[in-house]
Each structure stands twice: as C-alpha cells, then as structure tokens.
Design a protein. Structure first.
Length: 514
C-alpha cells in the first residue's frame, strides 16, 4: 500500500511492518536484519535529512549495520535471543548510549557517555539493534514554561508527520514521530508527566508509561525520581507489550527497584487479547479530563459506546475531583523542581567524571546556556532551570508538604479511592487534544489531558489511537493501580480490536482550515 505524500514509498514494507511480520520474514529467510536496517536508514535519510524534515532522529549509530550483520549470523547459526532479535529500535536521546549522542537535546552534553543505560543494555541483550537516537524537547521539556515541544538546540524542531506544521508534543517527540513515520517499528521514550502519552496520542501510536520502578532509570538524564520512567512506544498494543517485557528487566542499581513486587511478568504479550474488554469494570474520568476540546469529546463518546458493546461495564462518571486540584496547584512543579536539582547534580557529576568533561551541576548548565544564548536561548528561556536551582533539597518543608499533597491527591483520595470504590479494573479518559500549530513565538498551545494524575502517583497508563479530527490523531488513555500493566494491556488490546483507528501520515502541512 502506497501512502500519499510518503517521501520514501519503497521502504514502506519495513517502515510500517509490525513485529510479527518482521519476525516471520526473518524466521523464514525472506529478509535479513541487515536489509531491514539499511531500508530504515534510507527512510531516515529521506524523511529527516531531506523531504519533509520531520527531524525525528538526532543521531544514527555508526555500527548499526555491523550489529545487524552479527544478529543475522546468530540467527543463521540457530541462536535467536527473543522476539526483538535483529529488530531496529530508536531510543530517546536522554538515555545514555555508549559512544553515541546522549545529550537531552542540549549542547552542554556534547561528550558521549562511555556506558549504556540499563534499559539500553537490556535491549542489546535481547538482540535488538539500537540504531538511532531520537530528538526530544530539550531537557525533557523541563527548561521553560514557554517552550515549543520537540525543539532542542541539538536537533532543531521535530514535526508531526500527520501535519508538518503541527506539534509532535513532547518530550518524547522524536520517539513518537519515528514510529508514526515508519522510521522504526519500536521506540523507547521517557515520561515524567505526559512525555510518552501526549506525543503518542497526537502522533497516532500506542504509548505506555509504566509504574515507576518497573523499568530502570539508571543512566537516564533525570527530572524526578518519584515520577520518571522510560517506556515503550509502538504502532500496536502487542508490540508495545513485547518491548515492555525487555525493558522491565530488574536493575538493583535503580533506587525504585525495591518497590517491585514478586511475580513481575517477563513477557507481557499473553495479556494482549482481542476480547480484553469483555467483563471489564472501567470508570470514566470526567473531572478535569473533558470539555477542553468538544470535537475530541464526541469521538471519545463514540469509543465509550464501542467499549460497552465489547462487554465492558462503564461507571460514568467516576468522581475524581483531586485531578483538577492537582492541575490547578503548583505542588507538582514544586516537587519536580526540588527533585530535579538534586537528581541532575548527581547525574552530571558522575557523568563528568566518566567522560572527562562537561557540566558537573545544574548551575553549570545554566551558566553554559547563558554563555551560548544565541544557540540555546534564542527561542525561549530557562526559568524552570533557574527555579530549580533556587530549591534547597528534600529536607525543605516546602518540598515535604508539596510532595505529601501530591500523594494524597493522586493516590489516597485520587486513583486509589476511585478504583476501590466500585472495584474497578481501570479508569479511562481522553488522552489529550489534537496537535496544535508549532509556535516559536508563544510556545505550546496545550488545552488539557487526562493522564497527569497517574503520572504524579507513579502509576501506569497507556494511550491507544481512537480516531482523528481533520487528519490529526487522538487517543484515549487507560489508568490503573501500581503494577497493573497486564490489566491495562488487556484493556488496550481489547479496544484496539474493537476499533480501527490506524492512520498513515501524509507528511504535508495541514495549514489553516477554511
């Protein structure tokens, strides 16, 4: 099938293939990992360096073809490491990757790290080909209140492939657009609050934010130890589940590792059933999660009807007033600023020791940006970095009280209360509005979202495409208890089976609608 406007139609066979198709083609010797990787690299060149200039990819691994050849040789000898053997994966550029750009989008972090993050090491052990690093909102969008999602000083402005004048959202902008544009079957993003779910939704793919502690944060440029997590991004629920099984390898070096309960699955694919909605008890979030974009609400109402038809019992609405309280206060931002200052200082000092240079602290980053203002501060400032620098650490009463309110509103009197009241399996909400116009003068025009309460709680959430408005994708999100990824994947797969919402990008501007 040829996509209208696709700048490299010859590579579509691999660009939009799902994992099952790629695995079967490799197993039956219809293709090789070298051929797949070469095809995707040509597609990256056509879409990122030429043509529509989506700018998903910040750097390509120089050894990608060599690694693909090694995976082919292993397969030929009868050794297959698992479902990701010989499969190219894109990794967000705030995740350390040995010898390859790991910049968080900042010119200050120009010296590559000497070792892999735990999540990258897990990918390599599973036989995946880490073939490219993706662009992102610089410092994971934790630099300015007036930023443009998907922009970094290193990679420039990432663009939404469904409408190239529209935002990809962020901060995992390049990871989402790489999957949506057919540059890779899988990508790894990171999220503190919305950085996986929002770009996945507006780019029309599946994105899963795991429970904090399920996927290691070791080697990831931090914002918040209480909220940060890497997670999978893919074009289907089962592909996201496959990647999650690899990423969720235990890592005692992550302080959140001790939170993991016994019985964590090593393979999540079996939970992805087309009948996943049958018998499910799902609460519908209305408080603070609807009304900000009426056309999206109409699509969401149709999806709720489909869920009922598929056998789900919906509790509508489920009272969740604390979601609005969280959104209207600055408690979460205060917590993030306090935690970022301490966490990034530790990360930068350790990295500077390993690489022999670069900033050693947040203060060094702020000074670097000021000195390189023409490149770093030409579009927006660094007031969030400066606000973070002014914080005094975890023992400060302001931090303790803000964190206590966040936990009370997101967990105790938030998601826990809502889920337990009627014995619900999960909650569902509209993920966010369609992509907005890229605006480097005023910054993002963000209307609203339904996922933040799960992010603050450190609980899992997953977004699934449910349709589009004027060719711009929208999604809905399932939110659940800690460690309920199997339940969320089951529900997401059930919804995916009940609705056909996949949309190929057109790689052209949408422009102004008449």
């Amino acid at each position: 099938m040829r996509v209208s406007g696709d700048p490299h139609p010859d590579s579509e066979a691999f660009g939009y293939a799902d994992l099952a198709t790629l695995e079967r083609a490799l197993a039956e010797r219809q293709t090789t990992s070298v051929e797949i990787t070469e095809s995707l690299l040509r597609r990256v060149e056509a879409i990122d360096a030429d043509g529509p200039l989506i700018r998903s990819v910040l750097a390509v691994a120089p050894d990608a073809i060599e690694v693909a050849r090694e995976r082919d040789e292993e397969r030929a000898s009868g050794s297959v490491r698992g479902p990701l053997h010989g499969i190219p994966v894109v990794v967000k550029d705030n995740i350390d990757t040995s010898g390859l750009a790991s910049t968080a989008g900042s010119l200050a972090l120009s010296i590559p790290p000497p070792r892999d993050a735990a999540s990258v090491a897990a990918l390599r052990r599973a036989g995946a080909i880490v073939f490219a690093k993706s662009n992102l909102s610089e410092w994971a969008n934790f630099r300015s209140t007036r930023s443009s999602s998907g922009w970094s000083a290193i990679g420039g402005q990432t663009r939404n492939p469904h409408a190239t004048d529209r935002s990809p959202s962020g901060s995992s902008s390049g990871s989402a657009t790489a999957v949506a544009a057919g540059l890779a079957p899988l990508a790894v993003g990171t999220e503190t609050d919305g950085s996986i779910l929002s770009p996945s939704a507006v780019c029309g793919i599946v994105g899963l934010k795991p429970t904090v502690g399920l996927v290691s944060r070791s080697g990831v440029v931090p914002i918040s130890p209480s909220q940060d997590t890497p997670g999978p991004m893919a074009r289907s629920v089962i592909d996201a589940a496959t990647l999650l099984g690899v990423l969720s390898a235990p890592d005692p070096a992550d302080p959140a590792h001790g939170l993991r309960p016994d019985g964590i699955p090593s393979d999540y694919r079996s939970f992805c059933r087309a009948s996943g909605l049958s018998g499910a008890r799902i609460g519908v979030i209305r408080d603070g999660a609807s009304g900000y974009h009426p056309p999206s609400d109409l699509v969401f109402e149709g999806v709720l009807s489909l869920m009922r038809d598929a056998g789900a019992s919906l509790f509508d609405p489920v009272p969740l007033p604390t979601a609005k309280l969280l959104a209207e206060s600055e408690d979460e931002l205060d917590v993030l600023c306090f935690e970022f200052h301490e966490a990034v200082d530790l990360y930068l000092a350790a990295r500077a020791d390993e690489v022999g240079g670069g900033p050693r602290s947040l203060a060094d980053v702020i000074a670097f940006n000021s000195a390189e203002a023409e490149s770093e501060l030409s579009l927006f400032g660094q007031e969030i970095l400066e606000r973070s620098l002014a914080t005094a650490g975890h023992d400060d009463d302001k931090y303790k009280s803000a964190r206590a309110r966040c936990l009370e509103q997101s967990r105790l009197n938030g998601l826990d209360l809502a889920l337990d009241h009627d014995g619900l399996d999960a909650l569902v909400a509209l993920t966010t509005a369609p992509a907005w116009l890229i605006d480097h003068v005023n910054g993002d025009s963000f209307l609203g979202a339904g996922y933040s309460i799960a992010a603050v709680a450190g609980y899992p959430s997953i977004t699934v495409p449910i349709g589009h408005i004027h060719g711009l994708p929208i999604g809905c999100a399932f939110l659940g208890r800690a460690w309920s990824e199997p339940v969320l994947l089951q529900l997401a797969a059930g919804l995916e089976g009940a609705i056909s919402a996949s949309l190929r990008p057109g790689f052209t501007p949408l422009g102004m609608l008449a």
